[in-house]
Design a binder for this molecule. Sequence first.
Ligand code: 5AD
Ligand code: FES
Length: 357
Amino acid sequence: MSGIRMRNLIDKLEKERILSKDELVYLLSNFNEEDSQYLFQKARAISQKYFGNRIYIRGLVEFTNYCKNDCLYCGIRKSNRNVERYRLNKDQILNCCRNGYELGFRTFVLQGGEDLKYSVDEMEDIIKTIRDNFPDCAITLSIGERSYDEYKRYFEAGANRYLLRHETANDVHYGMLHPKNMSLHTRKECLYNLKKIGYQVGAGFMVGSPYQTMENIAEDLLFIHELNPQMVGIGPFIPHKDTPFNNFKAGSFELTLFLIGVLRLMIPNLLIPATTALGTINPLGREKGILAGANVVMPNLSPVNVRKKYQLYDNKICTGEEAAECRMCLQKRVEKIGYEIVVDRGDFKPIEELVPC
Ligand code: 5AD
Ligand code: FES
């Protein structure tokens, strides 16, 4: 039997779009399968209202796996000597975009480690060239912490969106996941700078990262409420064999889905991806993510010969498939649950501008 208090909290979250920290901790600590279904029904109804059965796709170009950082959870951290490092040049990146465009992608996500080998001028040139060649597409960057001026130059060169997960909104927890030279303060500053410049911003965190508590997750949700980003990416933590966290267990699938539902109720028009990590811990992970309230999928456009080298965690899916294969596979998967992939930039829209379907 699902507790009346749980239903009341879910109803309250839907109505007020926020709960207190204590209420969030209670909700996250006590939900059962029935409560999940109650939440997902509401989350799906909201997605349906604003997005119909439309799922947006983003083409991910993992253009470098060099990274100057040493985040303890990440497979491409600087001190992992077992990674074969690679960089894609401008032509290779453009080829990924061309291929993606043919397949119906209208958003390209340039993601990489924090690789300072690409100078600001070079990055700017790559962004400008994509902008000139694909005027009807959105360009998303996901290249970590940079200065205000650098972010501004990329924005002016034509980038529209930026993904930078905050990873955890708790200072002490942040310190347990990252080396000493990194801080939550800097991470937040970057996120606020990006918003100020005018990017559509994506924050997010891993579910079940080492030492994470339910309180921490409540803090993540409250931080997201305060930042009010356009996108939030969450996925389960998955250990990588060559990291200090190799012996920790993966995050909970059910809790990740539950949090997708919570986010949909908190910010009805939010862009929420059903992440690759979710698809990695469960064969139907992405489909279940959509049924819990997600409305975005982000398949890979990187050349197949580099995919295995961009392993942030073990057993990542889709590392052997061509972009076209994943595109078709996803289309089938999404259709099977009654949704459709659309050829659309899929920009964030303020709620007033979203005509209910
Ligand atoms: N498990 C799950 N997600 C991970 N990420 C990095 N390492 C892992 C891991 N081991 C996530 C981080 C990062 C995003 C690109 O991938 O949240 O921001
Ligand atoms: Fe890549 Fe199914 S989405 S193989």
